[in-house]
Write a protein that binds this ligand. Structure first.
Ligand SMILES: Cc1cc2nc3c(=O)[nH]c(=O)nc-3n(C[C@H](O)[C@H](O)[C@H](O)COP(=O)(O)OP(=O)(O)OC[C@H]3O[C@@H](n4cnc5c(N)ncnc54)[C@H](O)[C@@H]3O)c2cc1C
Length: 311
């Protein structure tokens, strides 16, 4: 209930203005975001790689309706990949990038899908030069179909382009079956958005059950599953299913968000699992922050406490 209300409230311009202009917010943002610049993202990436973790970097921003902005975001990713390669951090996919299709043009009034596809192809080419990969983030449910279309078209040229499946959507087990093919990189998460009951599960237990169903399909298939969750129960189910499927530790990875359960990230890496941390950076952190607060009432309390202490 609270989660749905927060996600809905985040669309209000006055709420956005309030949240982004209060100075306290910086402390809360710093917990989940590497910083404003590529320098900040590279510094955090270096530190995580040195700790034995893998990284995927997200340049914050979404829902772009301006072609120039979409081109600028694309340029930012290409520059970032060049810098990762120059710093020796991208080889063998140690640090890769996550891209939101709406940040690179999907929502443009004219030729949105074509523009997003072309921009993503440019980022994939830069990633290939850097020895690494790209994963397409999943956004609101209305964007899933065009995102999967772009994925299907680009995988012919870039077979290692990855995508995200959200277990809150009823369609996801079927999408997993279609995507559980050789070389296919699929990140499974619960989903940070909300949708009506005809397309989505609204009860947590149902979302979790669907996650386990999707895990079973992905871990039994020939692709490369990326298990993105902080949920201890699902993490242990994933480990057990991987063992059942005789999947070696190098045959899948766990993924968690920067700033969330860092000790667990290191524990899993310490036991020999591949663990990738999702590191967002950039000044357009509002949507990302609201989704993190909506996920967990304790985060919201932390936010409100800092509001009070700075007030
Ligand atoms: C690497 C990665 C990439 C993602 N990419 C996408 C994407 O492309 N599209 C999309 O819709 N969603 C994405 N998500 C977000 C995801 O859908 C969930 O919203 C988010 O991960 C919370 O769900 P959970 O699986 O951790 O389980 P939950 O049931 O939400 O949490 C389980 C436990 O994890 C801890 N935890 C979870 N969230 C938080 C938090 N915000 N702060 C502190 N502790 C927390 C708590 O201990 C909690 O009890 C991604 C998540 C990860 C880890």
């Amino acid at each position: 209930m609270l989660r749905r209300a927060l996600l809905a409230m985040s669309a209000s311009e006055s709420v956005r203005h309030l949240v982004t202009t209060v100075p306290l917010t910086r402390d809360v943002v710093a917990r989940f975001v590497a910083g404003d610049t590529a320098d900040d993202a590279l510094a955090v990436t270096r530190w995580l790689l040195d700790d034995g973790l893998l990284v995927t970097i997200d340049y914050l921003g979404e829902d772009t309706v301006d072609p120039q902005q979409a081109a600028a975001v694309t340029g930012e990713y290409i520059g970032l990949l060049e810098r990762l390669a120059a710093a020796g951090m991208s080889g063998a996919g140690r640090a890769e990038v996550s891209v939101k299709p709406t940040a690179v043009g999907l929502d443009l009034a004219e030729h949105g899908e074509k523009t997003a596809r072309e921009n993503i192809a440019r980022i994939c080419a830069a990633a290939r030069n850097a020895g690494t990969t790209v994963t397409l983030d999943a956004e609101e449910h209305t964007r899933i179909e065009p995102t999967l279309r772009i994925l299907g078209q680009l995988r012919a040229e870039f077979p290692d382009l990855g995508c995200v499946i959200q277990s809150y959507l009823r369609r996801s087990p079927e999408d997993c079956r279609a995507l559980a093919v050789e070389g296919s990189r699929v990140r499974l998460c619960k989903g940070a958005y909300s949708a009506a009951a005809d397309v989505a599960f609204t009860a947590r237990a149902e979302v979790d059950r669907c996650y386990a169903r999707c895990l079973r399909v992905l871990l039994a298939g020939p692709g490369y599953p990326m298990v993105a969750t902080h949920d201890p129960r699902l993490i242990s189910i994933a480990g057990a299913l991987a063992t059942l499927a005789d999947r070696p530790a190098a045959g899948f990875e766990y993924q968690m968000l920067y700033g969330i359960r860092p000790a667990e990230q290191r524990r899993l890496a310490g036991q020999g699992s591949r663990v990738r941390v999702y590191v967002p950076y950039g000044s357009d952190w509002y949507g990302y922050l609201v989704r993190r607060l909506a996920e967990r009432p304790a985060n919201l309390a932390f936010f409100l406490r800092s509001l009070a202490s700075h007030g």
